[in-house]
Design a protein around this ligand. Structure first.
Ligand code: NCD
Length: 308
């Protein structure tokens, strides 16, 4: 792997398989153990630099780093000097001066992690934990890990991603990684929620959810990101749910062994009904568990693997 993980496109097929295999090893080393800690990153410092809200991603990076015995500092923009107007550069220089080995960054601006990684402000590894509407590579890895566990392999599988693709960094990273791993990805969304240039992405697109679901090995529902919407992208929430929501009727169209994913946080009743979200073919809670193993693997490969 390279020094940073900024985009799912940074991962070759071999890299992706290495991260997935390493994640499985992390799971094996910690699952069912009373002491879940490994000494691997003792003495290393991981900084979680979050300029945007997060529940799952921040806590799972924190837990992952702690399970590898690294020191962890959680830095959120609220409650720091960023709210006093400090720039990304000055924040970065401060972290560098404190000796951070890895900076995990979430930022509302697309491209902020790249700036951090290649500006020369810091020497540490940078992991993108979600930048604007751009990418969220560790989410894509944990999704691929979860799919691999349930489907055996991602190669040749039909994966459907549904909803607010326009504002979703999860969708972009997933399309890139799943294509690298040989999956056939179809995006389903209203035309207003597909980004310009989507025809150049390594996937297909459709506006007809029912016809895609009958052939899907897995379906990933995306959150409707109202906080990033400054205009009307669909007539009403009801209309959106009717055409693009996953309810019991649509769920019944899926092949029997297909699984349902959602990166969270969910708008229950909007893109997915509670009944489907809580069904036994929903792997949404398991995605969160797997997120810890995947982030352990990423931190390990960046900070210990190959450098020692
Ligand atoms: C996603 C994110 O923040 O991009 N959540 C996550 O990291 N699990 C998806 C979302 O906010 O809808």
């Amino acid at each position: 792997m390279k020094d940073h993980l900024l985009s799912a496109a940074d991962l070759s097929r071999d890299d992706a398989i290495l991260v997935l295999d390493t994640s499985a090893e992390m799971a094996q080393l910690t699952e069912g153990r009373s002491v879940k800690k490994l000494p691997t990153l003792r003495g290393r410092a991981v900084v979680n630099l979050f300029f945007e809200d997060s529940t799952r991603t921040r806590t799972s990076f924190e837990l992952a780093a702690k399970r590898l015995s690294a020191d962890v500092v959680n830095f959120s923009a609220k409650g720091s000097s960023v709210s006093k107007g400090e720039s990304l550069k000055d924040t970065a220089l401060t972290l560098e001066a404190m000796g951070a080995d890895c900076v995990v960054v979430r930022h509302w601006a697309s491209g902020a992690p790249h700036r951090l990684a290649y500006s020369g402000w810091i020497r540490s590894s940078v992991v993108n934990a979600g930048d604007g509407t751009h990418e969220h590579p560790t989410q894509a890895i944990l999704d691929a890990y979860t799919l691999r566990k349930h489907l055996g392999s991602v190669d040749g599988r039909r994966i459907t991603i549904v909803g607010d693709v326009l504002h979703s960094r999860v969708a972009r990273s997933n399309v890139l990684l799943l294509a690298t791993l040989g999956a056939e990805v179809t995006l389903v969304a209203p035309p207003t929620l597909l980004p310009v240039g989507v025809e150049h992405w390594p996937c297909q697109t459709s506006y007809d959810l029912d016809s895609v679901l009958v052939k899907a090995d897995a379906v990933m529902m995306l959150r409707v990101q109202r906080e990033r919407m400054n205009a009307a992208f669909f007539p009403s929430a009801r209309e959106y749910s009717r055409r693009y929501g996953l309810d019991a009727r649509r769920f019944a169209l899926l092949p029997d062994d297909a699984v349902v994913l959602h990166p969270g946080p969910m708008n229950r009743g909007m893109e997915i009904t509670a009944e489907v979200a809580d069904s036994d073919r929903s792997v949404i809670v398991e995605q969160v568990t797997n997120g810890v193993y995947v982030r352990m693997a990423v931190l390990y490969l960046l900070l210990a693997g190959g450098r020692e």
